[in-house]
Write a protein that binds this ligand. Structure first.
Ligand code: FES
Length: 278
């Protein structure tokens, strides 16, 4: 299969908008639904917003958050609580205001007619789920393709089974403790899926060890692999270089920004043993 190019087509703006809904998904994860501000460009699956936790000047750095869903009136995000900023964000009441810049970054390639295996963990679910509702499922099938989403977590609670539209024929689950779905990690489940049926391309998004394992699997099976990376970000727009990762172009190693050259990369272009662990 020809490697589709990854192009950043984002047209970001800066917005202040309101929280219109929020819900705990589990102890660590929560759903945040924002009013879609007028003028927000249509985000593509893989793009993110850069959101400022609202604590009257206490936080200077924005948090990059992948888009789970976006319709005419709302933008939905999954957030994992892992520091003061995301704790503070969790406490913003419905009706409270937040400030964000977005949409930012590139997107997963749109591949109608291809058989795509999407492998996610943690908040990595967001762009893969959004791909499914935007370009996957019915639209891919109509073009003769398939979009199969595998989602893994430590335990059943972090699969958010009651919260999302899971249709069992399109989705597979794995839990480390065996409390739901495949007992083991999601990349082991992906290996089984690839044995069962051929796929043209793998997408992945999630914790670093999961991405590395997915890259190894895709390389062994000679399947094209696009990976969405996380990194700490300051500006979010390619200016400060705080989010660079090492990539390879032939024999030449070059630094690329996760925020602007990514977050989606051709996995084979990355220098995996020098990637930051986040
Ligand atoms: Fe500044 Fe990526 S966060 S260049």
């Amino acid at each position: 299969m020809i490697r589709p190019p990854l192009v950043n087509t984002a047209r970001p703006g800066r917005f202040t908008t309101a929280v219109v809904n929020k819900a705990d998904l589990s102890r660590r994860y929560y759903l945040l639904v924002l009013e879609r501000p007028e003028g927000l460009a249509e985000p593509e699956p893989g793009m993110f917003i850069h959101l400022l936790p609202p604590a009257s000047g206490r936080f200077f750095l924005r948090r990059p958050l992948s888009i789970l869903d976006c319709d005419d009136s709302t933008v939905s995000l999954i957030v994992v609580e892992k520091g003061a900023g995301t704790q503070c964000l969790r406490r913003v009441p419905v009706g409270g205001a937040v400030d964000f810049i977005g949409p930012l970054g590139n997107s997963f390639p749109h591949l109608p007619g291809k058989r795509i295996l999407a492998v996610g963990g943690g908040v990595g679910l967001a762009p893969l789920y959004y791909y499914r509702s935007t370009w996957g499922s019915e639209r891919g099938e109509a073009a003769g393709g398939e979009y199969r989403l595998l989602y893994g977590a430590r335990t059943r609670e972090d699969l958010f089974l009651d919260r999302f539209d899971w249709r069992s024929s399109e989705v597979g689950f794995a839990t480390d403790d065996g409390t739901h779905g495949f007992p083991g990690n999601v990349v082991e489940l992906a290996a089984k899926e690839i044995e069962r049926a051929p796929f043209d391309v793998v997408f992945s998004c999630g914790p670093s060890p999961m991405l590395e394992a997915a890259a190894k699997l895709a390389r062994e099976k000679r399947i094209l692999h696009y990976v969405s990376l996380e990194n700490r970000m300051a500006c979010g727009m390619g200016a400060c270089r705080s989010c660079v990762v090492l990539s390879r172009d032939g024999e030449t190693e070059i630094y690329k920004t996760v925020c602007n050259d990514g977050p989606v990369f051709d996995a084979e272009s990355l220098v995996w043993d020098k990637l930051p662990r986040v």
